[in-house]
Design a protein around this ligand. Structure first.
Ligand code: ADP
Ligand code: ZN
Length: 530
């Protein structure tokens, strides 16, 4: 790093003051930085907005040599380098977006010792010339950002990250710091193992984001529900709306614009220039709503995102946590709102069944989904459940929907038995495919053309379920699917089938607790924040 050749190395606190202009370190920052400055390895688990960047930037400015930062966020490297340059630090990057001349310039600066930080895309480390280059310069530290990308267990695995064990093998005396904002126990252990950081100091910050209010509602008419949320609680606010597909991103963005809400689409199918333009408008202008697939957001540092809304179910709790974590980075109240319904469960189970990869991979995806569903269906505090998923114990928070309006649980055993025995009857008609809609029609005793065609109005279960409404039955189906007491085929019809566990319910050996549907109940008012 840049310092007078003869003078003593600068103190971390001085660097914090003079370069970054901050008064004090936060949380574990000081200790993490000390560890790395003294040449030790560190594994840092800290939520989004916790201040991970300083944990490697300060040591890179204190220690002699160049800090090499491995990051998958190619699109953000230019921004990061610009931000550091504005502070007077010397930074450069090497990735696939550059031509040979641009790369050459950065390489020369690196070799001449004219850089404090060098950002590298992970795939660069597969190129022998990059490794040779690093051999010829002086390296102060390796920082491995978004370290969860090395974990196959996690939700964001990137094969190029497996390369990173080479860092330790080839440069054993250079300290390494790995950082991530998502880490269940399983991911944490896998990062440590794959990056050979078992002997590193591990710093695990609290994952609680107290200013985020978590709410999960059942999906009825998602666009209208979203509109209501934006109009009543978030008029004029910046926020992110996540949708599963590109098509629904486009549709939702159009819908919001027609309703007078300034919204922009973002997904991988858009032209790169349009994407970049929408992203930078979202970052720079006030009060824009970004409607996006999960392609959007990693590494985005916009402090005043007031809400993150999911119109479709995230595939994992880790993903949900990371996406909702983009709200309220400034510490002010923010909303994490998710609408999910029966169709989400059916669709995701089908996607898992038909996904590529081996049985172990599908099992892992299934476990991720199950944990996400458990969070959706819980009658306990959402935050308690969320933090427990990350191995952190906590008390009911008073700032989530279940704390603010405790849902009613009810004994759904009889309803479950009615539903399962209907599925059992239909299961005998092997050549036919019947999804949730038809099963519910049978329970409600609806005389539809399909009913007559198959003679289902003659079944003994026809019309036995009229004490519940259609919406309530959909809730029953969804919750049974979520609890694994009911299954769905991957044939594209969403045919309901029994599971092994269904038998225990049918035989009366197992009780079923369900959560009362609150679709029509009013969302809890957010405490005033202006
Ligand atoms: P992360 O990478 O963990 O999501 P960042 O490193 O982007 O978080 O930091 C989040 C924000 O907090 C940034 O705007 C950063 O400048 C600011 N920040 C980090 N550490 C401090 C500190 N010690 N004092 C003041 N602001 C800080
Ligand atoms: Zn709570």
């Amino acid at each position: 790093a840049r310092r007078a050749p003869a003078g003593p190395p600068p103190e971390p606190l001085d660097v914090l003051h003079t370069v970054f202009g901050y008064d004090a370190f936060r949380g574990d920052q000081a200790e993490i930085i000390d560890t790395v400055v003294q040449g030790g390895d560190a594994l840092v688990l800290m939520p989004t907005g916790g201040g991970k960047s300083l944990c490697y930037q300060v040591p890179a400015l204190v220690r002699p040599g160049v800090g090499v930062v491995v990051s998958p966020l190619i699109a953000l490297m230019q921004d990061q380098v610009d931000a550091l340059s504005a502070l007077g630090a010397r930074a450069g990057f090497l990735n696939s977006t550059q031509d040979a001349a641009q790369r050459r310039e950065v390489e020369d600066a690196f070799l001449a010792g004219e850089l404090d930080l060098l950002y590298l895309a992970p795939e660069r480390l597969k190129v022998p010339s990059t490794l040779d280059l690093l051999d010829r310069g002086e390296i102060s530290l390796f920082a491995i950002d978004e370290a969860h990308c090395v974990a196959q267990w996690g939700h964001d695995f990137r094969p190029d990250y497996l390369q990173l064990s080479i860092l330790h093998e080839r440069w054993p005396s250079v300290p390494r710091i790995a950082l991530t904002a998502t880490a269940t126990r399983a991911t944490h252990a896998e990062i440590a193992q794959r990056l050979q950081l078992e002997d590193a100091r591990h710093f695990v910050a609290s994952f609680d984001r107290p200013n985020i209010q978590y709410r999960i509602v059942s999906k009825a008419s998602p666009q209208q529900q979203l509109l209501e949320l934006l109009r009543t609680e978030h008029a004029g606010d910046a926020g992110i709306v996540y949708c599963l597909s590109r098509a629904s991103v486009e549709k939702t963005a159009d819908f919001l614009v027609k309703q007078g809400i300034p919204a922009l689409p973002y997904h991988a199918g858009l032209d790169a220039r349009v994407r970049a333009r929408n992203q930078s408008r979202f970052l720079r202008e006030d009060g824009l709503v970004m409607v996006a697939t999960i392609a959007f957001g990693m590494g985005i540092d916009k402090p005043d995102v007031r809400f993150v809304a999911h119109l479709d179910l995230p595939k994992s709790v880790e993903g949900y946590y990371q996406e909702t974590g983009r709200a309220g980075r400034d510490g002010l109240p923010a909303t994490a709102w998710l609408a999910y319904g029966l169709q989400d469960v059916v669709q995701q189970r089908r996607m898992i069944d038909t996904s590529e990869g081996d049985a172990a991979h599908r099992r892992r995806l299934g476990q991720h989904l199950d944990a996400m569903l458990a969070l959706c269906e819980t009658v306990e505090c959402r935050r308690v459940q969320l933090l427990a998923y990350f191995g952190q114990a906590s008390e009911p928070c008073g700032n989530c929907d279940t704390c603010l309006a405790p849902p009613e649980g009810w004994d759904g055993t009889r309803a479950a038995q009615m539903l399962l025995s209907t599925v059992l009857r239909l299961d005998r008609e092997r050549r036919q495919r019947f999804g949730a809609g038809h099963v519910i029609d049978i329970l409600l005793g609806k005389q539809t053309p399909r009913m007559a065609q198959h003679g289902h109005d003659q079944l003994s279960v026809f019309g036995i379920g009229t004490e519940l409404s259609e919406a309530e039955w959909r809730g029953v189906v969804r919750q049974l699917l979520a609890q694994g007491l009911l299954g769905v085929t991957s044939d594209g019809y969403g045919t309901l089938v029994l599971t092994e566990a269904s038998a225990d319910v049918l035989s009366g050996q197992r009780e079923v607790r369900l959560r009362r549907e609150t679709a029509r109940a009013k969302a809890p008012r957010q405490s005033s924040r202006r």
